[in-house]
Ligand binder design. Sequence first.
Ligand SMILES: [Cu+2]
Length: 605
Amino acid sequence: MKTCLFYLTCIVLMVVSALGHECERTCVKGDTRTCMYEFHMQEYHSMGRACFDCPRNMSDCSRPECIAADGVSRPLLAVNRQLPGPGIQVCEGDRVVVDVYNGQLSDSATIHWHGQYMVNQQYNDGVPYITQCPILGAFRYDFVAAQAGTAFWHSHTGLHRSEGVFGAFVVRQAEDPQEVLYDIDSFSGVLVLQDWDHINSYDKFVGRYHSTLDDFARGILVNGKGVNTDAQVAYDMPREIIEVTPGHRHRLRLINAGRLNCPIIVSIDHHQMTVISADGKDIVPTTVDSLVLYSGERFDVTIHANKGVGNYWMRLNGLVDCEQHSCYQGAIIRYSTASEEDPEEPLFYNPNYPPGIVLNPLNSVDGEGQLIMTDLEALESHIVLPAVDKKFYIVFDFNQINNTLFFNPELYPFNAVAEMWQANTPQVNDISFALPSAPPLSQPEALKESICRYGEDPPCVSDYCTCTYTMEVALGETVEMIIIDEGNIGDENHPFHLHGYSFSVVAMGKLGRNTTLADVIALDEAGGIVRKLESPVLKDTVTVPDGGFTIIRFTADNPGYWLMHCHLIFHSELGMSALLHVGEQSDLPPVPEGFPTCGNYLPSL
Ligand SMILES: [Cu+2]
């Protein structure tokens, strides 16, 4: 019965996806709708039978339910047999109802709406064991799309996002303050970027932490498409094509849904980009030659199709974990009257920024021609209050400890194994975040068993400390978070993401190849850190430079339990996370009727 229902739904979905969803429309003031979606999640395969003779017959690669990717056949996890999963494009104020059907053989799921703050609809944030129980069968998300801008959705369970469970979530406005800057904001101008691999993430994760496998990516995809750049012999595959109308200014919405540490440099041959929005929030337009997106970030840009009619490369070059295998990709900016062919210029890996201005460079805060987040201005002017009620120091780093998830301190401790076996543990303030046994939002008593609080001694006896690390804030307090990456190991960075809020990015700095909490505090006390309090950019995800810091501020006006974490999936799943608890249980809307419950069953003997 379940299978029959599934296929019937699929046929309906195919028809719907060919026509476009009824909510995908020009937004008109006063016209808000209820937008219904069905998400069917299932283990699936790229280059499966739906792909027929792809890539020999190139048009077969675009058949419904064919996930061609870069032509490599591998298992994955998909929603509605699509990669990326179905995009949701609605208007501000629409009610979004998504029924998630978990068709996996043995795993649970949740969906997080990255970029929606869920004010008064906290039960929809989609974090397992924090805002809801994991979905075993089916679950309905039902919320108002309250934040306009470019966002995305993804599973927040295990490695799902890494396996393909993500998609665009775009909220347009009837009256967009940036409207004068572009002529066309098409539904197809949404570009979901991701790093890509040729094995599944579970093999990768287990291989990385229980054996000696690397954690490097093997490619980059744009809207699930691209050429295999890791192959000995390259063969053609369909690329993403962005059609532009000569003479017109187009709005493109870029999303990095990536999983490993693969910051992506985006540039377009012979065209500058004007950045108009960061993480869905309007900014004073800033023209650049290239920009970097870290996992979880979004930037909206406009490009002016005012060059010679033709085809131009949009180049995507990966950094850090995308460097070892020289991961790059090309999408095509095609003028509508141009011939259907690839651009003539050679396409190759280049980890250097193209000449000109780069926005958001990796681990650099003051290079020539470089703009960082504190150089941007929010479009709507605002002043950040000079005083804060609560200040938190959040130190990200890899620690060389006996994480009992991979080491046995009695049998094979960290220091007794060869270097190739010494997997480091990503932590926050020397603690590995542990999920409680039930979501505190609806079952607050569950938190008591595992909670440890910021500023208190954690209840740990060994060098591996794990608990539900929580920062407590009263409703309405102003908060400053000084996020530091000590950078002791490697030359990585961490993209920090906070649920439930956008925050002002007031400072960003780098002290050296590595640093310490004490050094950052000393620098700050000596007046060495200037905070930008006039119209700083508002974001929900921001990079923290290696050996440096990023300082954010916000008013804690959204009560609830909000996860904050590194957005790199191996890091967050290993506990580079913490919980922000704002307000009291009485500040929350009532638990929805029939909301599922969960918990451990360990009765006393
Ligand atoms: Cu990280």
